[in-house]
Design a binder for this molecule. Structure first.
Ligand SMILES: N[C@@H](CCC(=O)N[C@@H](CS)C(=O)NCC(=O)O)C(=O)O
Length: 227
């Protein structure tokens, strides 16, 4: 059985949603950041980079959301996580959308949400946050435009990229990013959150949050910002 190492509210939500969409049984292991689990030997032996998500499979540990999602999409094609074009250009187009989430948007999310952790000088935080907001606005504008024309990231069919974008939107809006200027992103977020796999993933996060709360290790997205 696959085992996902995850933490609630993090980008591991995307992999969690993918596993729920597949519908095969899987185990989860909670990483409590506030307890420093991500720097402890048990987790570092799974992912030496100390980051979630990490997915243990029969074929070994797979890390990086982008790699995990392409792996799951190929191993479980019936789940329809990602299109599987056979031509090089079609595949490149699909991967570009995946990398847009993992390589362009996610680093901006981190800088926007946790700007005080991006410099040794706390006084830099407002500038880092403002610059990240600028980058987010630039990256989200074409997506807003696209989602005004079509239901999902890749057209009229849902893909796991929609769960990725929904997580990005959740993270930045919880940290105060201006949402009103993006009506199509808001519509997309609501639709993506209604998906049964997204609801199931959130239920797992709720259970993890209850565990963290009981241990005094819970934090809200807002507590991680500079606000
Ligand atoms: N590029 C990685 C990023 C993973 C990542 O940064 N995960 C965060 C949570 S959203 C994390 O585990 N941070 C802890 C750390 O960097 O120490 C991926 O897409 O999987």
């Amino acid at each position: 059985m696959m085992r996902l190492w995850f933490a609630p509210q993090t980008c591991a939500r995307v992999t969690l949603t993918a596993l729920e969409e597949i519908g095969e049984p899987f185990e989860t292991r909670l990483i409590a950041f506030m307890a420093g689990d991500h720097r402890k030997p048990e987790f570092l032996s799974v992912n030496p980079a100390g980051k979630v998500p990490a997915l243990e499979t029969a074929e070994g540990v797979i890390v990086q959301n982008g790699a995990i999602l392409t792996y799951l999409a190929q191993v479980y094609p019936a789940a329809g996580l990602l299109p599987q074009p056979e031509d090089a250009a079609g595949r490149a187009y699909m991967l570009a959308e995946l990398f847009r989430c993992s390589s362009d948007l996610h680093p901006l999310v981190t800088r926007f949400v946790m700007s005080s952790m991006m410099s040794t000088d706390a006084a830099d935080a407002p500038r880092i946050r403002a610059k990240a907001a600028e980058g987010l606005a630039m990256q989200l504008a074409p997506l807003e435009h696209r989602l005004a024309e079509q239901s999902w990231m890749l057209g009229e069919a849902w893909s796991i990229l929609d769960a990725y974008l929904a997580w990005i939107w959740f993270r930045v809006t919880a940290a105060g990013f201006e949402a009103d200027r993006y009506p199509s992103m808001r519509r997309h977020y609501s639709a993506a959150s209604e998906r049964p796999s997204a609801r199931a993933a959130l239920l797992r996060e709720d259970a993890a949050n209850a565990d963290l709360k009981a241990r005094g290790l819970f934090f809200t997205p807002q507590q991680l910002t500079n606000d």
